[in-house]
Design a protein around this ligand. Structure first.
Ligand SMILES: Nc1ncnc2c1ncn2[C@@H]1O[C@H](COP(=O)(O)OP(=O)(O)OP(=O)(O)O)[C@@H](O)[C@H]1O
Length: 337
């Protein structure tokens, strides 16, 4: 039986754009535009999509680092957006976030030990007398050594700094960790080590991850389920295998068709997208993807497709496309290829 940990309902994050002499609001960036999804305890859900599609905004909204425009963020049954500042700060013990650049989020004047002790102090999770012991334990848990507690961030490599970031998140015993491009700045071999560490920690501490990444290779390695975003909307959500083997949405199919296949006998679909990603200030009406979709019809220009399970698709595999069955069975003509 799966237990819901996080349920995001109709989340919108519209950032105002001010302009003119009086600094009035002249428009909005619809960074996230009505998205809903659920994360169950113990799983890793990834959000994937091109730069600017709203991945980081979603993570920041869940943490309330930015105040969402509307929607609900239900965590363990209570709506985070209804909490006052003090209640939300307390909740941050259960929800942690790790960023791409640990160097920017680690105080250069604090040693690794002080950074971890401070996190424990803020959330009051370990009595002062036991904090040093816990620091050593945490460093060893993430593959660092006890003596490194007295080193400063600049004395660590990029991968080691990310390990300190992970140790800091772990120090308060969270339930959900949001990893926002957490391995994107690392070399590929270091990336694999950090991903394996995250997997081990997940098993050991029963963690749930929301993994934000533009890199399909990383997402394939770490995820149980995947959410594909495009211009502020969710276009597809599925188990990893189902998504990679049977993508339903033409955008997902195009993303996957860009990854090289190692097996030379395997015939691969090739979808090259025309044009640029539209601006979230003025997203296209109807299906946001219609301006770049080789299958788009007049209906796509007007009617917003809702997420639904395609006929014959695995349970829980949903996509937002009017024509996914027709595309799947080859009866849709492409306007271009
Ligand atoms: N505070 C803000 N004010 C105005 N616009 C913002 C703000 N934060 C993000 N945006 C805009 O919202 C859109 C989504 O940004 P977001 O950072 O969520 O994208 P992303 O998918 O995480 O991409 P990337 O990996 O490039 O950050 C972008 O157009 C971005 O410029």
């Amino acid at each position: 039986m799966k237990t819901e940990l996080l349920n995001v309902k109709h989340l919108k994050q519209h950032f105002p754009i001010k302009g003119g002499f009086l600094g009035r609001i002249v428009n909005h960036v619809k960074a996230v535009d009505d998205i809903s999804f659920t994360i169950y305890e113990g799983e890793t859900v990834s959000i994937v999509g091109e730069s600017g599609c709203g991945k980081s905004t979603t993570g920041r909204a869940i943490m309330r680092l930015d105040e969402p425009t509307s929607g609900e963020i239900i965590f363990e049954g209570s709506n985070l957006l209804a909490l006052n500042k003090r209640q939300m700060n307390k909740k941050r013990k259960d929800l942690q976030i790790i960023f791409q650049d640990p160097y920017a989020s680690l105080n250069p004047r604090q040693t690794a030990g002080e950074i971890l002790e401070e996190a424990m102090e803020i959330q009051n999770v370990v009595p002062k007398s036991k904090r040093r012991h816990r620091v050593i334990e945490l460093l060893e848990t993430v593959g660092l050594a006890a003596y490194q507690a007295d080193r400063y961030p600049h004395e660590f490599s990029g991968g080691q700094r990310q390990r300190i970031g992970i140790a800091r998140a772990l120090s308060v015993n969270p339930k959900l960790i949001i990893c926002d491009e957490a391995v994107s700045a690392l070399d590929v071999s270091i990336q694999a080590q950090v991903l394996n560490l995250l997997k081990r920690l997940q098993r050991e501490f029963k963690l749930t991850y929301l993994f934000i990444s533009h890199d399909l290779g990383v997402v394939r390695h770490i995820s149980d389920r995947i959410i594909v975003m495009y211009v502020g909307r969710i276009v597809e959500v599925a188990d990893k295998t189902s998504l990679f083997e049977h993508p339903q949405h033409p955008y997902t199919r195009a993303l996957l068709s860009a990854i090289p296949v190692l097996d030379p006998d395997r015939k691969k679909e090739r979808i090259i997208l025309k044009g640029d990603v539209p601006s979230p200030i003025d997203p296209p009406p109807g299906c946001v993807f219609h301006t770049r979709c080789p299958y788009a019809t007049d209906r796509c220009k007007e009617e917003i497709p809702q997420l639904r399970t395609a006929e014959g698709a695995a349970g829980g595999h949903q996509a937002a496309c009017h024509y996914m069955e027709e595309i799947q069975n080859g009866s849709m003509e492409r306007a271009y290829s």
